[in-house]
Write a protein that binds this ligand. Sequence first.
Ligand code: GLN
Length: 453
Amino acid sequence: DAYIGAIEAANDVINAYVTVTGDKARDMAKASDARIAEGKAGALEGIPLGIKDLFSTRDVHTQACSAILNRFKPKYESTVTQNLWDDGAIMLGKLNMDEFAMGSSNETSHYGPVINPWKASGSNAQLVPGGSSGGSAAAVAAHLCAGATATDTGGSIRQPAALTGTVGIKPTYGRCSRWGVVAFASSLDQAGPIARDVRDTAILLKSMASVDAKDTTSVDLPVPDYEASLGQSLKGMRIGIPKEYRVDGMSDEIEKLWSQGIAWLKDAGAEIVDISLPHTKYALPAYYIVAPAEASSNLARYDGVRYGLRVDGKDIADMYEKTRAAGFGAEVKRRIMIGTYVLSAGYYDAYYLQAQKVRTLIKRDFELAFNDVDAILTPATPSSAFAIGDEALAADPVAMYMQDIFTVTVNMAGLPGLSVPAGLDAKGLPLGLQLIGRPFEESTLFKTAHVIE
Ligand code: GLN
């Protein structure tokens, strides 16, 4: 009741929820009470969560914040959300996001932007919460849920977490099932949690993660007790600082934040090691070939026949065209056009194949680095939260893509990456540090982040 009251009071301003499932939440809470009374409480019994609109939820609107999925209600439940309900969690509703998870500011949503609950000191200007999981991050930051699900294809968990002072982890590719999660770029997409601290994030990931026969890329490895790693010593740990992340034009504040993080980890007993990830500078351009290529294929299914919106036409081809013209927003159309272009005959070798080779080199950079270090520390974002409707960013999509500069490499290599709040900038806005780990070594990230938070 407290969370539903808070949502009713604040959501008109923050716009974090696009669907509120108050009645369902109360029913689930009653069932939770009954299980507690019987002594059968699950790991998340009675914990109220918000769910990113990208996760299919049975008989509850699942719209990926796109007009083309307007009023779509699936008849199935995503594996990740099912895992949460099986552990006793309660669904408060569906959270706003960039359309089909494409964006870094939550401004491409069909349901309008999310407002970051943080304001710069002395200013009332509305700021973005980051994206694409902007609703998840803002809802957690504003106490409109105890934790949230999110997804990360190129940074969409870590960047909004950094911009809202929350913790988010993109687990190793394959740690969580992608089944029932609306696909953006299938070789990069991973689900993960955003929560208020490292402990809550660790507890949520434990419930979300599982092998799943319905997603053959999910991995059959035991899910460790991540919480148990908190408080463990960092003595003997080696932390890599990659020189390529010291990008041109990096602000003094980000530079300072990074040095502060290094000092904290040193104080905790870790050894700091300079490393090189030489192919880093190719990650962003390669990502913006691979991700749109996969998106153009995944989004072919929205044809006016199977899901959501249909705009009638004089014949079937005309109906497809009118439906897709009306149903997709500008950023989604841009991605589909880039994707179909790089996959087309004559360009495939020059762009798509080349990007895949770059991806292999990026992966190899990390493999070599992890022969020497146990984790890597970098900034999470190039800046703190920026203004809604920033004209320079709106006019230049590539400038917005730069928000992903520190995060996309991790998706390209399939590695786990965590963003943890590490301080405030001169405007009083939160900034995050990113920890990157070896495949399936999320525990290392949790224990290290716990020292920073
Ligand atoms: N900002 C990136 C993009 O627009 C990442 C999005 C994501 O991780 N879903 O593609």
